[in-house]
Design a protein around this ligand. Sequence first.
Ligand SMILES: [Zn+2]
Length: 355
Amino acid sequence: MRYFNTIAALACLTGIPALVAAQGAIPVLGQATSTETIQIAKKADAKKKAPSKAKAAKQPPPTPAKQLFGAAKSPAAMAARSIGFYAKGCLAGAKALPIDGPAWQAMRLSRNRNWGHPELIALVEKLAVEAKAHDGWPGLLVGDISQPRGGPMLTGHASHQVGLDADVWLTPMPNRRLSEKEREELSATSMLAADRVSVNPDVWTDAHVRLLKRVASYKQVERVLVHPAIKKAICTSAAAKQPDHAWLSKIRPIWGHYYHFHIRIACPKGSANCQAQPSVGPEDGCGAELDRWLALIKNPPKPAPGPPAPEKAPITLAQLPPDCGSVLASGQPPPAKETPAKQAAPAAKKATVTK
Ligand SMILES: [Zn+2]
């Protein structure tokens, strides 16, 4: 509801005409010339204007979009559509991944981020079932997907905004149903060895390779993001040496991602305003590119000397694709001032919120 507050009109600032105000000062000053009168008038005018400037400067900045989307507790009941880019957009008609399935459990339920485009939800479910049936993987622990209406989040994740990104833990699912508390508190297992450029053989298994190969083999999947040490483990696996290894190019190294991997699927059909990312090239990414990454992990870039760079201003609703305003407004209760009759009118709701 905070977004209603962002529609604030500028206060109309009126002042006494400058010369009249200055003339009031002339008897006190006694012998003011006409030039002085004008100067006094200007000063008085400036004095009158000063508070207005201060007031304008105090105008609160627009509410960050992450607060608006973070507050939306339910999906927009519209046709399913990913709108914008993975890191700057929103989601209409989201579907929830059921918190329990035949081969998965959703984690961190309090975050309410088990929402995605129906195509992504179907893919995660398929991956869980197939990996359990064929890869010796006991089931998926599914982390963050998207918020009910996508959009920027209050914590973590630059992407995950359009319902096409999902995080899946690299920790195998236990053979029992986890309680809600466990799903909040259970820690994922790091796959890294102490050197951080290779995986820990105590926790890394061939089943991980099979799982990652499976997800990267799905046509809709464009990228699977993992830590460089995991990419190295994949590149050196027997699976990578088989003739058909086109899937390998989709597994991309990135910082972090040693507790979980990140699935990104392509813009689905029917999402005209979904902005695609260039697809990965044909190279398997196991040569020079991986070497560069591993060197970076060994010697991470040092922060530039001097004060830290100022924090970027958060994305506002106005910076997201225009349709995201309608996604946010859809089905939301109107502001408290509305009468019950008006509340029932969808047109009134829309008009109030799409500013
Ligand atoms: Zn992610």
